[in-house]
Design a protein around this ligand. Structure first.
Ligand SMILES: [Zn+2]
Length: 170
């Protein structure tokens, strides 16, 4: 079966930046289970999966605009520390939830001074061209329930519906 929208795909991937530095890999843990076409994966990777089948291995370069988007300098903001009242021990690299013009957003602390804190609301991989090594392990049709929930159910939960393991509230 070839991959098309609403196919459940089990895959391994390793992703690195354009200089070959490894960013993340599923080979260290469990393969990824996704429903093609739901936007769970970045657009460039979904495009690359289309038409592939189990057993395929391939490499693909995904430019930033089809990965996590471009970086926006205006997402980097410096605010008085007092704004972050209630957050103890502010440190560079911490992730915080912040209310911005765009709504609730995760920001990363990039600088802390005595008076001010600078946060970056860009995705950590924004503006970075990515290189993927992909191995397709399994392709099957999604069940009606999986499509309804928008996520893949494990083999175990398939029998008794949406089990605890799928992390779904339904
Ligand atoms: Zn579910």
């Amino acid at each position: 079966m070839k991959i098309s929208n609403n196919a459940v795909v089990k895959l391994h991937y390793a992703v690195s930046d354009s200089e070959g530095t490894l960013i993340d890999s599923s080979y260290d843990h469990e393969p990824l289970n996704i429903i093609q076409g739901t936007g769970y994966l970045i657009p460039g990777l979904e495009q690359a999966l289309d038409g592939r089948e189990a057993g395929d291995t391939f490499e693909v370069d995904v430019a930033a605009d089809l990965a996590y988007g471009e970086r926006f300098d205006e997402y980097v903001q410096t605010v008085p520390k007092a704004v972050m009242e209630g957050v103890d021990d502010l440190q560079v690299g911490m992730q915080l939830r912040a209310t911005t013009d765009e709504g609730e957003q995760t920001v990363i602390v990039v600088e802390v001074t005595d008076e001010e804190i600078t946060v970056d609301g860009n995705h950590p991989l924004a503006g970075i061209d990515l290189h993927f090594d992909v191995e397709i392990l399994e392709v099957r049709e999604a069940t009606a329930q999986e499509l309804e929930h928008g996520h893949v159910h494990s083999e175990k939960s398939e029998e008794d519906g949406c089990g605890d393991s799928c992390g779904c509230d339904n």
